[in-house]
Design a protein around this ligand. Structure first.
Ligand code: C5P
Length: 227
């Protein structure tokens, strides 16, 4: 059975600067970021239904970017967490066994990473691709170093994050119902709800395009090494 996918793309991309529009619709190597992201999933044999969560104002941007492909789009919410919940609800009728949740702004996700993540999902366990932290970490205290955080055992979380569908939807519904809205990824929602999450190897290429500079660098990289 194939895994369903929720791709969240409803952010305004404020950190990348608004001038040129939300970053998921910016072009890198001549194509919209979101078109690249979608391709990675659409072409994967273990992926079934894909739902993209978009901002209500972005309908035209989205349709232009996906270029006639038949993809389901649903409107998102004011936080990433809310957008994920709306995406999961759109899959509720068909109750997929497993779901991947992915940020549209990670267009360099590759087939092997998707495979590793899907293979680690079970009925009662989620899967999180991540990389060991390589920088030394400092906690700030008023512009000064408050403390150095030991990095041993620390990992930086990526997406796609994979989960058994019913438990992750229930966890999101519960968080929503009690107004708990400070989760920055879905593995944290799972953790909070008591769903164990297995770590799988992430990919150094699978970067998140957050800042204007990330878009420029991604564009340069694709121009130098077309993909
Ligand atoms: O803002 P941030 O970089 O954390 O966004 C991560 C992903 O979540 C992006 O793909 C963004 O479009 C999506 N998002 C969303 N709805 C929001 C905020 C962010 O779908 N309200």
């Amino acid at each position: 059975e194939q895994a369903a996918v929720v791709i969240v793309a409803a952010g305004r991309g404020e950190r990348a600067g608004q001038a040129e529009g939300p970053k998921q619709y910016r072009r890198i190597g001549g194509r919209a970021v979101i078109a690249r992201t979608l391709d990675a999933f659409r072409t994967h044999p273990a992926v079934g239904r894909i739902v993209v969560v978009i901002h209500p104002d972005d309908g035209k941007l989205f349709r232009d970017a996906v270029d006639g492909h038949d993809v389901t789009a649903v409107p998102g919410g004011s936080t990433r967490q809310e957008s994920v919940l709306l995406g999961l609800r759109a899959l509720q009728a068909e109750q997929p066994r497993h779901v991947l949740i992915h940020d549209a702004v990670r267009p360099f996700v590759d087939a092997d990473l998707i495979t590793r993540t899907i293979e680690a999902i079970t009925e009662r366990q989620g899967a999180l691709p991540c990389l060991p932290v390589s920088d030394t970490l400092k906690r700030e205290a008023g512009g000064m170093i408050g403390e150095t955080v030991a990095r041993a055992g620390l990992h930086a979380a990526q997406t796609p994050q994979g989960f058994p569908f019913a438990p992750i939807l229930a966890a999101h519904e519960k968080a929503h119902a009690i107004g708990k809205s400070d989760f920055t990824d879905d593995a944290a929602v799972a953790e909070w709800a008591g769903i164990p999450v297995k770590l799988v190897a992430g990919s150094p290429d699978n970067v998140k395009l957050t800042w204007a500079r990330d878009i420029t660098m991604a564009d340069q990289r694709l121009t130098a090494h077309p993909a």
